[in-house]
Design a protein around this ligand. Structure first.
Ligand SMILES: Cc1cc2nc3c(=O)[nH]c(=O)nc-3n(C[C@H](O)[C@H](O)[C@H](O)COP(=O)(O)OP(=O)(O)OC[C@H]3O[C@@H](n4cnc5c(N)ncnc54)[C@H](O)[C@@H]3O)c2cc1C
Length: 94
């Protein structure tokens, strides 16, 4: 499901019920996809229990890479559509 950082809630993009972190929810999914998440300690607090953390960030020094099991340095606006296409393509062929 979709979860976000406080930055997204503060921007008014989504309700606070989706916020992960110190003042949000604590989650422990099998896979946590962190797109454009810097890795602030208050956010990590709510998701470091994820089994596998995959991070996409254009900044190679983003702290999220310190906790990620896999990381891609790149633009999420490029990588996210590629991932969606790959998943949908896989569904179609099954
Ligand atoms: C008392 C307190 C409690 C808090 N509680 C929470 C909480 O519960 N949850 C929470 O999340 N935060 C919380 N915060 C806020 C926290 O400190 C951070 O400000 C917040 O987590 C930052 O969110 P972010 O990583 O989405 O945004 P930012 O810090 O703005 O980082 C955005 C990241 O996206 C990357 N990026 C930008 N554009 C692209 C692109 N096109 N492609 C790829 N990468 C890109 C940037 O390199 C950057 O690393 C709290 C703060 C305080 C003081």
């Amino acid at each position: 499901m979709v979860a976000v950082s406080r930055a997204c809630v503060d921007a008014g993009w989504i309700s606070a019920a989706h916020q992960v972190g110190q003042t949000g929810k604590t989650v422990s999914p099998k896979v946590y996809l962190a797109f454009g998440i810097s890795g602030a300690i208050q956010h990590l607090e709510g998701m470091r229990g994820a089994e596998t953390i995959i991070a996409v960030n254009s900044d190679p020094t983003a702290p999220i890479f310190d906790v990620a099991d896999m990381g891609i340095v790149g633009d999420l606006l490029v990588i996210l559509p590629m991932l969606v296409e790959a998943i949908e393509g896989n569904h179609r062929s099954n």
